[in-house]
Write a protein that binds this ligand. Structure first.
Ligand code: BG6
Length: 487
């Protein structure tokens, strides 16, 4: 097995889960800053106070509506893990040394919007924030590591939520455009690959974390999705004006899903499920709303604010490549009584698949699903694909400075073989692979540091958050240097 020399072997991370630096360097408060620590069997909550002073908590997943008058706050008796995360804010240069040692050709990372525009509505960007990422990009350039930059990875300045419900309101598009203009201009010579919104389709299950949205009704989600899609297309057009060499990708959270049985009702249910995910990439790749979605909205009495001007913006801002995350697969059954929402899980995975093993957090392990994802997406769009997240969350143990994460190596071996087969046997065009994650960080779904994914271990019990290279680090380094041959 040997991948092309141009293949971008990388790793991924996100500002809100890795960076920390809460309130430092002029950073404003983000939506994720008011989300509590959860765990394998413990929900994360959004915390806020009502006008009468009562303290409230709403579950992160499938959250109930939060009143418009809510004042978001951190409570003293709760933990907010994203405030420090893996402390990348203070360790970034040391961590880039590790990226270099790992031999990475690419690193996927995100820019914290509230580090650049603390309130989202500020007239001018925060210079300290811009400088922070500039230093990172310059260092990466020194080491020839290509940054793959997610403009928005589960992060919104909280002020926008307080002002008008964030993406619920069209005005957020202009705030986002101002943010894009600031970073595109500043990093014009340092960044080539951009990704607009991380897992844009997840607004349906985690509206607050994904988009700072506090309402969960179908019309709100449809319009917030629409404004994000218009913002993404506007970003593409704006970016290409600033630097025509910029490349833009859309990004979907891809759950390969199977009909639970060959009963046509299950097959149709599964098609419906997948269409909720494809809708977003359909718009971003093709530049217009698919008919199935418009009909669905009409049938359900959902009125979307789709203007003539939006239609033109969507058409003019299609993406150059398609990115996705892939961790596990699920099943769909038409029989509602078989529904299983899963434990501590972002994914509505449906009934248990008897053919697959699961991670400690109940996520199925399905390397064939990775191949199917590649085949289906390539067949649908005929655009280069980029796998920007894939990995195994596990409870790693540090013993005498060593983390023996053989299980993670096995997971990667199987998934990388699937990628190779899709490229070699089926002609799928894949730009690169940035597994999740470069370094341990805070789990998005459970808000804990115990669910680890990194090639680099973070000792959260150490005052300086000491880093250790896991066994998978050494394995991945060899794999990259041999273009896959040493698998
Ligand atoms: C993806 C997200 O859904 O999955 C990441 O883009 C996230 O932000 C990753 O961390 C793994 O999920 P989790 O919940 O285990 O952290």
């Amino acid at each position: 097995m040997k991948f092309k020399d141009t293949f971008l072997w990388g790793a991924a991370m996100a500002a809100n889960q890795t960076e920390g630096g809460y309130g430092e360097g002029g950073k404003g408060i983000s939506n994720t800053d008011v989300v509590t620590k959860g765990g394998k069997n413990k929900e994360r909550f959004i915390t806020y106070t009502l006008e009468d002073g009562s303290k409230m908590k709403t579950p992160l997943f499938h959250s109930k509506d939060i009143p418009d008058s809510a004042i978001f706050e951190c409570f003293e008796d709760e933990e907010y893990p994203n405030h420090i995360a893996a402390d990348f804010y203070h360790h970034c240069m040391e961590d880039i040394e590790l990226m270099h040692e790992l031999g990475l050709k690419a690193i996927r990372l995100s820019i914290s919007w509230s580090r650049i525009f603390p309130n989202g509505i500020d007239e001018t960007p925060n210079e300290e924030g811009l400088k922070f990422y500039e230093d990172i990009f310059c260092k990466l350039k020194e080491y020839n590591i290509e940054p793959i930059v997610t403009i928005n990875h589960y992060e919104v300045p909280l002020k926008l939520t307080e002002l008008w419900g964030s993406w619920k309101d069209r005005r957020t598009i202009d705030c986002f455009k101002r943010f894009c203009e600031a970073i595109f201009t500043r990093y014009k010579e340092l960044v080539k690959y951009w990704i607009t919104f991380n897992e844009i389709n997840h607004i349906r299950i985690i509206p607050f974390m994904s988009a700072g949205v506090t309402k969960n009704d179908a019309t709100t989600i449809a319009n917030a999705s629409h404004y994000e899609l218009v913002a993404a297309a506007s970003a593409v057009s704006l970016g290409k004006e600033i630097n025509p060499d910029f490349k833009f990708g859309c990004m979907i959270g891809y759950t390969q899903s199977y009909p639970y049985s060959c009963n046509p009702a299950d097959v149709y249910k599964n098609w419906k499920f997948m269409s909720h995910c494809y809708f977003y990439s359909d718009v971003q790749v093709r530049g217009y709303y698919p008919k199935y979605k418009l009909i669905e909205y009409t049938e359900n009495g959902i009125d979307i604010d789709l203007t003539e001007e939006d239609i033109e913006i969507l058409k003019g801002g299609t993406c150059d490549y398609v990115t996705f995350s892939y961790y596990s697969s699920g099943t769909q059954s038409a029989d509602e009584s078989m529904k299983n929402s899963g434990r501590g899980n972002m994914i509505d995975k449906g009934p248990k698949n008897p053919y697959l093993l699961e991670s400690e957090w109940g996520w199925t392990i399905d390397p064939i699903g990775m191949k199917l994802a590649l085949l289906e997406l390539y067949d649908r769009y005929q655009k280069p694909l980029f796998i920007v997240e894939n990995g195994l969350g596990a409870q790693d143990e540090l013993v005498d400075g060593v983390v023996n994460d053989e299980y993670r190596i096995k997971y990667y071996q199987e998934h990388i073989r699937s990628i190779y087969e899709a490229i070699e046997n089926d002609g799928v065009e894949v730009i690169g692979y940035t597994p999740w994650s470069f370094i341990d960080s805070i789990s998005a779904s459970t808000g804990e540091s115990e669910k680890r994914y990194g090639f680099v271990y973070v000792d959260y019990s150490d005052a300086d958050y000491k880093r250790y290279k896991k066994k998978s680090f050494h394995w991945y380094r060899k794999l990259i240097s041999s273009s896959g041959a040493s698998i």
